[in-house]
Design a binder for this molecule. Structure first.
Ligand SMILES: [Ca+2]
Ligand SMILES: [Ca+2]
Ligand SMILES: [Ca+2]
Ligand SMILES: [Zn+2]
Length: 430
């Protein structure tokens, strides 16, 4: 075992224009709400090429040209995914060097969504962390952030986004508690992660033990979109990242060449859906690394029918479908053909770094700031079909998926030990 975590995190940008409660789904970054043409669908960029401009000035101890090269290299990682079709075009420089002095006016300008003079994508270089600080975040723990600024909520498309990269982590200072630094290879991973948000990916939880301690094998299975930077392995995409970008921007080959598992997480009655749990399909040949995750109910709003929503909170800002059939529903596409187990666990809910708000995984943590604990007798359990009263936490079914196959029967995961019937919303929160 080795200690592999740092207490530094990626953050997701909140939408501008007063939409403070607009938040995120697990898997896709945002999911359309009831006013959309098609509710419950991930937001995505409309075109296949996203045009962007980069900041002036340096990034840590990197020159502006070196920072631009890091941007191109990180976009290329997403472009190079064979099963996805998304591209990026550099349209030159932002009109001024963005710094702590002008960041707020720049942010306001970006937030004027009807003003067409802003580029669809803006990549901001924070020379020394002072921009991050000016925006009210901790410059010693937030590596950067990215996300949508403007959206078309009817069509479920992004029209403007940005990323801010914190150069303080690569200013050449030695790594210490009071001044955390990362390698350039790790910072490449930060760029790739933030650009994942920019194109519509949310956070993923796979091999959650790596938030504190984990094996080298588990570490290599941590996806780029994990909420924490745990090593330079996040500069290369894992199966989960590839599945997500390919789902948003599929090449015609994607669905035909991969398998997909869909089902629901339900309480012990086998009927009542359970919202906000992390579901992972793991390939039995390479279980710690070849894995794809989904959050149960990720397409459903966090703001309806949930008594844990604080009284008086305006949930009309919450995204996600109001179709109750989507409560507890999980969807795991992009599986390389093979044999899988399907497991369910809580999303990290303990201090010091629960996966909530800007580090959130799934809509509950993102909107409401907590994650459900597992409600029954298992911290981790598996799909077992058909379920039996004698099942224990380790009982599992292995399922095989071939190219183009969608497995959607016999895929409900029945939580063990929650009582014969359990109200989906009461008692399991913290
Ligand atoms: Ca491609
Ligand atoms: Ca700058
Ligand atoms: Ca990787
Ligand atoms: Zn992030």
């Amino acid at each position: 075992m080795k200690s592999c975590a740092r207490t530094i995190r990626f953050a997701v940008a909140m939408l501008a224009a007063g939409m403070l409660f607009s938040a995120f789904a697990g898997g896709p970054l945002y999911v359309t709400g009831p006013s959309a043409v098609t509710p419950g669908e991930p937001y995505r960029w409309a075109g296949s090429v996203i045009r962007y401009k980069t900041d002036q000035g340096g990034l840590g101890n990197r020159t502006n040209a070196e920072a631009d090269a890091m941007v191109s290299a990180a976009f290329r990682v997403w472009e190079d995914v064979d099963s996805a079709s998304i591209g990026f075009q550099n349209d030159g420089k932002l009109s001024s060097d963005i710094t702590a002095v002008n960041i707020l006016s720049f942010q306001n300008m970006l937030g004027m969504c009807s003003d067409p003079s802003q580029p669809p994508g803006s990549i901001v270089y924070d020379l020394d962390g002072s921009i991050i600080e000016a925006l009210g975040m901790d410059k010693n723990s937030v590596l950067g952030f990215a996300g949508a600024v403007c959206t078309n909520d009817r069509l479920g498309t992004y029209t403007r986004g940005w990323a801010v990269m914190n150069g303080r982590f690569i200013d050449g200072e030695p790594d210490s508690a009071g001044h955390q630094s990362v390698t350039l290879d790790e910072f490449h991973g930060v760029f790739v992660h933030e650009f994942g948000h920019l194109i519509g990916l949310g956070h993923s939880q796979i091999n959650v033990g790596c938030a504190t301690d984990c094996s080298a094998e588990d570490l290599s299975g941590v996806p780029t979109m994990f909420p924490l930077l745990v090593g330079d392995g996040q500069a290369t995409l894992n199966t989960d990242d590839i599945s997500m970008v390919s789902s948003l921007y599929p090449e015609s080959s994607f669905h035909a060449s991969t398998g997909r598992i869909q089902g629901r997480v339900v309480f012990s009655d086998g009927v009542t859906p359970a919202q906000g749990y992390n579901v992972i399909a793991r390939n039995t040949a390479d279980a710690r690394v070849t894995a794809v995750s989904s959050v149960s109910g990720y397409r459903f709003t966090a703001g309806a029918g949930n008594p844990l929503v604080p009284f008086g909170m305006d949930t009309s800002f919450f995204y996600g479908s109001h179709d109750r059939n989507l409560i507890g529903f999980y969807d795991i596409p992009g599986l390389p053909p093979g044999t899988y187990t399907v497991e369910v666990e809580a999303i990290l809910n303990s201090d010091p770094l629960p996966f909530v708000y800007e580090s959130g995984v799934g809509p509950i943590g993102d909107y409401l700031g907590f994650q459900y604990k597992m409600p029954g007798s298992c911290d981790l359990q598996y799909l077992h079909h058909p379920p039996r009263p004698t099942d224990d936490c380790g009982t599992r079914t292995t399922v095989s998926v071939g190219p183009g196959q969608v497995l959607s029967t016999g895929t409900d995961i029945v939580l063990i030990g929650t009582g014969p019937r359990y109200d989906a919303w009461e008692g399991e929160g913290e």
